[in-house]
Design a protein around this ligand. Structure first.
Ligand code: FAD
Length: 278
């Protein structure tokens, strides 16, 4: 299970100060240089000078130092974002391991424990994060961020190998290219090309008359780390909805649906099913 997360929203974050601190002391404020960034040149400190909306992972040295001095940042490094308003900041960092998102008691425990971590995290933020000294906490997410929970076992189980090999399928209903992000290890794997998601991933092996879209489609855990991104959830959700409408119209179950009909409908509705459709 990847960790359960709680995100905090602040205002009055001085992002210019944050940018300057990165430039002045890049070794202390280490960043994930293997992350491509929006224009692909890597998240070097200079990158943050160019972008208005920041999406940052790093500071593991700074966190280590703070923890040695008794601070409790809630994680071993810092993930932070600048959402739409430029003086706002999201501290996407409070985490708790070993939470089973399908277990109500686990989820309740995590809700309580994560909220009890907030005062310590705010102290760390004020004392250690450049530009966050006067940041004011204005909200905590009302529900937990649970990364992985139930998925179906479908007619096909998409694997990481399929993703890395840019595998094509005759019954493609969506194309993906997102990195796999593993919040256990913070390892990011970037596929070299794009990959197909077959219709069979939406059709459960054992249950009749059911279609699945979003982050519960049939995929191995590592493959889900790419498939669960929002754009793919939207694309598989679109396909599941279109397939359901066709099944109702034709009076067939999802397992028996003629894929060619689904493909034609998705293409008419603007889906990209091959690089030629762009
Ligand atoms: C902390 C965190 C950070 C993430 N960051 C990113 C990111 O930066 N970029 C990205 O692309 N993806 C990110 N993701 C992944 C992405 O947000 C999710 O995988 C995606 O939103 C899942 O979409 P979904 O529609 O399958 O499920 P959900 O978004 O979970 O939607 C399911 C909906 O069903 C509702 N529901 C549940 N049970 C019932 C019921 N019985 N009756 C009625 N409604 C019900 C829920 O309330 C919910 O609204 C992140 C996920 C997390 C947890």
């Amino acid at each position: 299970m990847m960790p359960a997360l709680l995100w905090l929203l602040f205002y009055n974050v001085d992002w210019d100060k944050f940018r300057d601190a990165l430039m002045e002391n890049p070794e202390l404020y280490d960043v994930d240089t293997d992350t491509p960034g929006i224009s692909g040149e890597g998240m070097k400190p200079e990158y943050f000078q160019k972008v208005r909306l920041i999406n940052f992972w790093g500071f593991s040295n700074l966190v280590k130092e703070a923890m040695r001095k008794g601070y409790k940042p809630g994680n071993t490094r810092v993930a932070m974002f600048c959402p739409g308003r430029t003086d706002q900041g999201v501290y996407a960092n409070l985490k708790i391991d070993g939470i089973d998102g399908t277990d109500a008691q686990d989820v309740s425990r995590a809700q309580m424990e994560l909220r009890l971590m907030i005062p310590d995290a705010v102290k760390f933020i004020h004392d250690w994060l450049p530009g966050w000294k006067n940041a004011v906490l204005i909200g905590a997410s009302p529900i937990l961020g649970i990364q992985d929970t139930r998925v179906i076992v479908g007619e096909y189980v998409l694997t990481l190998e399929d993703i890395l090999a840019s595998r094509r399928f005759p019954d493609v209903i969506a194309i993906g290219a997102a990195k796999t992000d593993n919040w256990d290890t913070y390892e990011l794997i970037y596929p070299k090309g794009n990959y197909d998601v077959p219709y069979r991933c939406l059709v459960p092996q054992k249950v009749e008359n059911l279609l699945i879209g979003g982050r519960s489609v049939s995929a191995a855990r590592e493959a889900m780390m790419s498939l669960r991104c929002m754009s793919m959830c939207a694309a598989t959700g679109h396909a599941a909805g279109a397939a359901a409408a066709l099944c109702a119209k034709r009076n067939v179950t999802p397992r028996k649906l003629d894929y060619v009909l689904l493909r034609d409908l998705l293409l008419r509705q603007g889906a990209y099913l091959s690089s030629k459709d762009g």
